[in-house]
Design a protein. Structure first.
Length: 94
């Protein structure tokens, strides 16, 4: 099965766009994932080193490429401003 392009995977709602995470998202992801407010809920409250973040970002982009599950970017549809991320997981089939 041929991977889908990022453009084919983009989902729009009335206010938001969901799309696979891209390397260009690194600056706002770094800002978000290194903030104390977000760290309260992730990684045991410990920030990643810049090198650790780069590695996690690389893995996250690879995981969601071509229509795979993984971490996707959520942006404001009208401005393109980043709002956050969502982790897409497969649902089990009973």
């Amino acid at each position: 099965m041929k991977p889908l392009s990022d453009a084919a995977l983009t989902m729009d709602t009335g206010r938001l766009t969901l799309r696979p995470l891209a390397p260009a998202d690194a600056p706002w992801c770094w800002e978000m994932f290194s903030s104390a407010e977000v760290l309260r809920y992730i990684n045991g409250g410990k920030p990643l080193s810049p090198e650790g973040f780069d590695e996690e970002m690389r893995k996250s982009v690879k995981r969601s490429a071509g229509g795979r599950i993984g971490i996707w970017a959520i942006t404001d549809r009208s401005t393109g401003q980043a709002c956050g991320t969502a982790f897409l997981l497969p649902l089990p089939i009973d």
